[in-house]
Structures are given as structure tokens and as C-alpha cells.
Design a protein. Structure first.
Length: 297
């Protein structure tokens, strides 16, 4: 029996297709209706979710890292019993995961951390899952991971003890920052070379086959450029979910140089400062020591 705490419809559908019984919970009634349309049951509260499942229960959480995950786990621990399992499929900080695992162990509830990659494409492509926790629990839930993965023997694995799954996913996302920044900078240089009039979508399509820089990120870049070649209407503002910051902090703690990932994170921070005081300060200093012109607004 599988309960899914605030889980996305895409992952729910893959589990239903895999022949598993699924009960989904979300605060949004429209989300619950979508889950039911895919053949699953739904529950209007965590308490109702737990009541619809027979022990031993498995609760898979797909909620934002931080307070949302903490509050959900705390609420579940008051509802579950010995032998039940919680799987955190979100992007929690691995240090918080280790603490939650200890709290769950005190109540004889198993806790797995499943770093999950695949985003909105997971339904069709399968999800990449990096799983931390007790090996015996991972083995028991193997049919679930095999259903959600791209193939039963590909794209998922038990990577280590509690926290290892979320730690591995954190580094995965840090690498993603660096790759995205490299693609962004490269295409920006191509776009600025006006004399060649390069078709960026064409270039992306050429690179998708045979090139050493081909990747799924490049595939998605090609789609974006096909749909909007000049990126009209896209604001130059790049958010971050926190895992890039955690990766950089971990690199510093471990004395591991990670300049590409660190600079990629800083580039995202810089994108949010539309009225940069630092840039103004640089212009002012150039004017002071060299009489260089200051550009007015």
C-alpha cells in the first residue's frame, strides 16, 4: 500500500500505471481531483490519507524543502506506527534529513531520502533517483523505484546511509548550475556575434548529435530556442532553490575548490540586482581615477 503526501500527479500516474495502489493528498482540491482522474484515490488530510492505508504504510513526500517538509514529517509521526515508512523525495538539506531519520527511528518508522531528478519530464522519461537509508527498506520498496525510474535497472540506486540520497542530489544540482551557466554564456557569445547572423536554434540542433557537449540540457535548450528564438518576454532573473548554495558551502567545508559551480551561483545572484550598487560604485571609481564617463540613466 502506498500513500503519497502532496505528491505530483505525474509521479502518481506512473505508480498507478505500475499497478500499485495509490492514495494522494494535497491541500488543493483541484490537485486531488487530477489524481483521481488518473485512477488513484485521494484524501483531504494527512489523517485521512493514513487511515486509507493498511500497515505497513509507505508515505512518499514531494513537498518543498524546509518548513513544509518539517511540518509534514512532524504531523505524520503522530499518525504512523512502528513498521511504517516515510520517503522524502524532495530537495531537503541532507543534514536535516539525518536529523529526521533519527526522530523517525525513535518511533520505529523507517525514513528514506530519495533525491529525485527529472522535473516535469519524469512522466515520459522516468525519474532519476538517488536513495539514502536502510538497505532492507530500499529493497522492500524496490518495485516502486523500478516503476518510477526510466527502466527497472537504470536511473536509480541505493547510494548510502541516511542523508546520502539528498547529498548526492545536492551535488547533482550544483553540477547542473555549472552546466547551465556554460550553455548560457556560450549562446550569449553566439548571439552577440551579429555579423554572422547565427540561428541559435540551428546551432543547438547541430550540437545535439555527435557533439561532445550534447546533453539533455542541450535538448531542452533547443526546444526553448525553437519556441522563442530571441527569448522575448523572458526577464533576465534567475532564481535558485538553495541546493547550489548548499553545494558551495559543502565544498568550502571540505576544502574542495569548486570555482565553476560557485561562479554559476554568483551569476544567478547578480541577475536579480537590477539596480546594482556595486556596478555603480565601479563606474564612480573609474570616473575618479581616470575621468571616465559615467553613463546616466
Amino acid at each position: 500500500m502506498i500513500g503519497l503526501g502532496r505528491m505530483g500527479a505525474n509521479m502518481t500516474l506512473r505508480l498507478v500505471r505500475g499497478g500499485h495502489r495509490v492514495v494522494g493528498f494535497d491541500f488543493n482540491p483541484e490537485a486531488r481531483q487530477r489524481v483521481e482522474q488518473h485512477g488513484a484515490q485521494s484524501a483531504a488530510s494527512l489523517d485521512a490519507l493514513v487511515q486509507k492505508l493498511k500497515p505497513p504504510r509507505t508515505l512518499w513526500l514531494m513537498v518543498p524543502a524546509g518548513n513544509a517538509t518539517e511540518e509534514t514529517v512532524t504531523a505524520l509521526l503522530d499518525l504512523l506506527q512502528a513498521g511504517d515508512t516515510i520517503v522524502d523525495g524532495g530537495n531537503s538539506n541532507y543534514k536535516n534529513t539525518q536529523l529526521r531519520s533519527e526522530r523517525c527511528a525513535d518511533k520505529q518508522v523507517s525514513y528514506l531520502d530519495c533525491g529525485t531528478s527529472g522535473g516535469i519530464w519524469g512522466l515520459t522519461e522516468g525519474y532519476s533517483m538517488m536513495i539514502g537509508g536502510e538497505a532492507s527498506v530500499v529493497a522492500r520498496l524496490r518495485p516502486i523505484f523500478e516503476t518510477l525510474a526510466p527502466a527497472p535497472d537504470r536511473g536509480w540506486g541505493h547510494v548510502g546511509p541516511s542523508g546520502a540520497g539528498h547529498f548526492t542530489k545536492m551535488i547533482h544540482n550544483g553540477i547542473e548550475y555549472g552546466l547551465m551557466q556554460a550553455y548560457a554564456e556560450g549562446f550569449s557569445i553566439l548571439q552577440h556575434k551579429a555579423e554572422f547572423g547565427l540561428d541559435l536554434h540551428q546551432v543547438a540542433e547541430i550540437w545535439r548529435d555527435g557533439s561532445v557537449v550534447r546533453s539533455w540540457l542541450l535538448d531542452l535548450t533547443a526546444i526553448a530556442l525553437k519556441n522563442n528564438p530571441t527569448l522575448d518576454g523572458v526577464a533576465p532573473y534567475v532564481a535558485d532553490s538553495g541546493e547550489g548554495r548548499w553545494t558551495v558551502a559543502e565544498a568550502i567545508d571540505l576544502n574542495v575548490p569548486a570555482p565553476a559551480i560557485t561562479l554559476a551561483l554568483l551569476a544567478r545572484l547578480a541577475s536579480r540586482d537590477s539596480d546594482s550598487f556595486a556596478a555603480k560604485m565601479l563606474a564612480a571609481m573609474r570616473n575618479q581615477f581616470g575621468g571616465h564617463e559615467i553613463k546616466k540613466k
